[in-house]
Design a protein. Structure first.
Length: 364
């Protein structure tokens, strides 16, 4: 708008004639502060967030794997602007149909929906990769139609885990590949598949190589004991554990790897179970293990986890159960670095889903 037109509009509103000393540019600046931008309005009110995010008025940042942004709109087109700080990829679900989108480094706009006839759509943007591959930030969404109000899901699964829960190597053809973004996919993990089958949201707080008290490399700093209480893995901003109806704890693989036997594991695991119970008083909690590790290491981890579960039972918490995922001697079960493949995750998902259906009354 030109200064002449703006001056006339302000005069008609009774503003210009009462503020002749104010410059047009100053009034524009004041209006910019007072009135929210379209991006601010959309990002704060027109999306549903599932997971941990750092939210600003015009930017929503995700780092944890599986972080989900849901957008509902009526129209033919949807564009999103996403900033990628590293080497990420996302899963884009449009009306339940997923596809892969490799985001580019920096800020770029992507066409998500481009149809012919206006209709209602549900779009979900899911971070496929974990924090080690960088952050992604949503900075703008645009449609030629109108946005609809988010709808809350009453069912939520919280996963506290390591590389198995991030989907490390799940898309690898065999064991001869490593820690690379192209092979990782949280969307195909046991818990994510089970959650979709149960029509539940899932929040995944998991980091590859991390243990509860000891990481894979033997370090005792930046374990999941510390990271679980951070808003983002790279942030020092504290955050409580999310509220959930089902909580899956899949930790211990790195703690007991290569013959390690941490003395403080049982106490730390029991403390974690107490923290989960404090934030989710009615949740069903599953303490899980497998399918990785050598038999002697996995057996030691299972004994330790079962000991923590028994302690919780003795303290009156009966809604804690152990699940041990089995290993099949099939090469197709193996992904990168001996991690479970998509086939193995699918079998684990069936086991988890069946157990949840047995223990709690969730109707689809």
């Amino acid at each position: 708008m030109s200064e002449t037109k703006l001056r006339k509009a302000l005069y008609n509103l009774g503003i210009w004639r009462h503020r002749p000393a104010l410059s047009v540019r100053l009034i524009i600046a004041l209006f910019a502060i007072a009135l929210p931008t379209q991006a601010q309005d959309i990002l704060s009110e027109r999306v549903r967030l599932v997971g941990r995010f750092h939210s600003e008025p015009s930017k929503i940042t995700a780092e944890w794997p599986g972080s989900l942004i849901e957008i509902r709109f009526e129209g033919t087109q949807l564009d999103v602007t996403i900033s990628d700080s590293g080497n990420n990829s996302i899963i884009v679900e449009v009306d339940g149909k997923p596809r892969l989108l490799d985001t580019q480094l920096g800020e770029h706009t992507y066409s998500i929906v481009n149809g012919e006839n206006p209709s209602n759509h549900v779009v979900r943007i899911i971070k496929r990769t974990e924090a080690a591959f960088g952050k992604i930030s949503l900075t703008r969404i645009w449609t030629d139609g109108s946005f609809m109000s988010p709808i809350r899901n009453r069912k939520k699964i919280l996963v506290l885990g390591d590389s198995i829960s991030t989907g490390y190597g799940v898309e690898g053809a065999d064991t001869n590949c490593g820690f690379e973004a192209e092979f990782e996919n949280q969307y195909l993990t046991y818990a994510a598949v089970a959650a979709r089958n149960l029509d539940a949201d899932i929040v995944t707080l998991a980091v590859s190589g991390a243990g509860l008290v000891r990481n894979y490399n033997g370090e005792t700093q930046r374990t999941m004991t510390q990271l679980l209480n951070q808003l983002l893995p790279s942030s020092s901003v504290p955050a409580p554990l999310p509220l959930a109806e089902v909580v899956v704890v899949h930790l211990g693989t790195n703690d007991f790897a290569d013959g390690a036997r941490p003395n403080d594991f049982i106490a730390a695991y029991e403390t974690l179970l107490k923290e989960v119970r404090a934030t989710s008083p009615d949740a069903m909690i599953y303490a899980t293990m497998g399918p990785m590790l050598r038999p002697e290491d996995q057996n030691a981890a299972v004994v330790a986890i079962e000991s923590a579960v028994v302690i919780r039972h003795l303290e009156g918490d009966d809604n804690v159960a152990m699940i041990r995922f089995g290993w099949q001697p099939d090469p197709e079960d193996l992904g990168c670095d001996w991690h479970p493949s998509a086939k193995a995750h699918a079998r684990m998902a069936i086991e988890l889903e069946q157990r949840i259906r047995k223990d709690i009354n969730w109707e689809n």
